[in-house]
Design a protein around this ligand. Sequence first.
Ligand code: FMN
Length: 222
Amino acid sequence: MDVYEAVASRRAVRAFTDRPVPRATLERVLSAAAWSPSGSNLQPWHTYVLTGAPLAELKKRAGERLASGDPWDAPEYEMYPPELRSPYRERRSVFGEQRYGALGIARDDLEARQRAAAANWDCFGAPAALFCYIDKDMGSPQWADVGMYLQTVMLLLRAEGLHSCTQMAWAKYHKTVAEVLAAPDGLILFCGMSIGFEDVTAGDARIGRAPLDETVTFVDGV
Ligand SMILES: Cc1cc2nc3c(=O)[nH]c(=O)nc-3n(C[C@H](O)[C@H](O)[C@H](O)COP(=O)(O)O)c2cc1C
């Protein structure tokens, strides 16, 4: 699979089969992703990989919290600016229409949207997941490094025939994740990532993108 194909075929997959992901594959992917770039080569990511009983335990605990209406943990970082302005507000709204529209959920059916979103905490059925932390004292450039690393992981997963879904949703239950992983103090959970083989029988949407001239400016020489 070439890089263009990996980029084009990567999408946030939200339905996985229970086919296990071999440990050797995950090790291959994460060893290769370690070559991701980072400012001054800090490599500021801390990755925990969960499969089997520990992942089942995490899903169970998160599911119990969700079912009992337990409020989310106090956020460790702001996921979005409090006032999302144009064009981001519109893009988020289009995303919602595409994601929930594909599931046949109406715009104003908040309950159905919440039910669909709840699948986050079951990792959409995935048999493997990673959880990516960053040290609390790291700044924006290091968060960008972590993003590059995660994208590298996702593209390498494609090369292995696997799919993924990055999930900030797990940060809402960061205390439960930290308990199960025994994560040390001093780290912030940026996100989880569900990993597995796509359940192709589930309906899905291809989320669109803004036209190139909205996000890229060519400043050409004469
Ligand atoms: C940092 C990050 C966090 C995300 N968190 C979630 C999440 O919690 N739940 C979810 O279903 N999708 C999540 N996504 C997936 C995005 O919704 C998705 O990447 C975006 O809508 C574009 O769609 P595509 O990846 O399928 O092209 C996240 C993506 C990123 C990069």
